[in-house]
Design a protein around this ligand. Structure first.
Ligand code: GTP
Ligand code: ZN
Length: 308
C-alpha cells in the first residue's frame, strides 16, 4: 500500500482475520477493513484510514518499527507491531518451560525487541527452582524481576509500574504462569474491554484469539507515548520456521558471545573442531540446557528448510 499522509491516523487495537478494530487519537473505536486482499494489519499498526458508511477502510499501513512473528510448518503469524518490549511471565508452579522461553527470546532478538523476564509466584516454595533455572538468562543480560501477583499485589504493582510506564509492552506467558492475573491487576477494565472488542469483531462469539491492546491509564491522550499492554495468546506454539538454523546462535546472547572463537566461519557449533561455542559449553559458560535447546532447534529448523 502506498503512503497516504493526507489521511487520518489510527491505531489497530484488535484483529480477527480481516476485521480489525481501530482507535482514533480522540479515543473513538470503530471496525475497519484493509482495502485490497494482500495487506494484513496487526495489533500495534499505525494506519491511514477513511470512513465508508459506518466502518473504516484502511488505505495504508505506516512503516513498522518492528514486527514480532512466529511461524510453524503451516502458516506464519504476526503477533504485533511497533512494540517497545516483551515481558515474559514465568513461575515455578507449574514450572515454566525453558524451551518455550528460549523460543520467545529468539523471536524477539530477531525482531530487535528488548525482553524482560518476570518470575511470578515467588510466594510458593517452587520459586527457588525457577529462580535457579533463570540464572543463566540474567547472566546473559535479560532483566529479571520478581512478583507475587496474587498474594502481594501492591508490591507487584510497584515493581511493574516503572517497567510499563510510557511503553507498549507485549505480555507473554504460558497457561498458569499468571498472565491474566497481571493484566487484570494493571488494567482493571481489561475483562470488560475484551468482551466489547470480541463482540464487535466476532459478533458475540468468544473465540477470538489474537493480540489485544489495552491502555494503562488515561492520564495522557493521543496514540504516542502512553503506556499500553498487549495481551497475546499462543505462547505454546512459538514456531521459529521463519529463521534459518545458521542465524540461531546470533540470536542467543550466551552463544553469540563466543562466535568469534570458532575456527570455521560457517561453524554450526555442533561437531566442528575448534568451536568456541562448544568449548564454552564444556567450560559451563553456556548452560547445558541452553546448548541442548540450541542443538534441538537447529535440527528442527534444518528439517523445516529441507521440506520447504
Ligand atoms: N500463589 C500464587 N498464585 C498465583 C500468583 N499469581 C497468579 N496465581 C494463581 O495462578 C493461577 C494461574 O493464574 P492466571 O493469571 O489465571 O494464569 P494465566 O497465565 O493467565 O493462565 P491461563 O488463565 O490458563 O491462561 C491462578 O489460580 C492464579 O490465582 C502468585 O503470585 N502466587
Ligand atoms: Zn562453533
Amino acid at each position: 500500500m502506498a503512503a497516504r499522509p493526507e489521511l487520518d491516523l489510527a491505531l489497530v487495537v484488535g484483529s480477527h482475520g480481516r476485521h480489525v478494530m481501530i482507535e482514533t487519537p480522540e479515543g473513538r473505536r470503530l471496525l475497519a477493513h484493509p482495502r485490497g486482499k494482500k495487506s494484513q494489519c496487526v495489533v500495534g499498526d499505525r494506519v491511514r484510514w477513511q470512513i465508508a458508511g459506518d466502518e473504516g477502510v484502511i488505505e495504508a499501513i505506516e512503516p513498522r518499527r518492528n514486527l514480532l512473528m512466529r511461524q510453524d510448518e503451516w502458516r506464519h503469524k504476526s503477533f504485533a507491531a511497533n512494540i517497545d518490549q516483551l515481558l515474559v511471565v514465568l513461575a515455578g508452579e507449574p514450572m515454566f518451560s525453558e524451551s518455550q522461553l528460549t523460543r520467545a527470546l529468539i523471536a524477539t532478538e530477531d525482531a530487535g525487541i528488548p525482553a524482560t523476564l518476570l518470575l511470578n509466584k515467588v510466594d510458593v516454595p517452587q520459586a527457588a527452582a525457577a529462580r535457579e533455572r533463570l540464572r543463566p538468562y540474567a547472566a546473559m543480560g535479560y532483566a529479571l524481576h520478581e512478583t507475587a501477583l496474587k498474594t502481594r499485589p501492591d508490591e507487584a504493582r510497584a515493581t511493574l509500574a516503572p517497567l510499563l510506564a510510557g511503553r507498549a509492552t507485549l505480555v507473554l506467558g504460558a497457561s498458569g504462569m499468571g498472565k491474566s492475573t497481571l493484566i487484570n491487576l494493571v488494567v482493571p477494565s481489561a475483562q470488560a474491554e475484551t468482551q466489547e472488542v470480541s463482540q464487535a469483531l466476532n459478533s458475540g462469539k468468544h473465540t477470538t484469539t489474537t493480540t489485544r491492546w489495552y491502555w494503562l491509564d488515561d492520564s495522557a491522550s493521543g496514540l504516542d507515548g502512553r503506556g499500553a499492554i498487549l495481551d497475546s495468546p499462543g505462547f505454546q506454539e512459538f514456531g521459529l520456521m521463519h529463521l534459518t538454523p545458521q542465524r540461531l546462535a546470533e540470536l542467543m546472547p550466551d552463544l553469540r558471545q563466543h562466535l568469534g572463537a570458532c575456527r570455521f566461519y560457517n561453524c554450526t557449533h555442533r561437531h566442528e573442531p575448534g568451536c568456541g561455542v562448544r568449548d564454552a559449553a564444556e567450560r559451563g559458560e553456556i548452560s547445558a540446557n541452553r546448548y541442548r535447546l540450541y542443538a534441538g532447534l537447529w535440527d528442527e529448523l534444518e528439517a523445516g528448510q529441507r521440506k520447504g
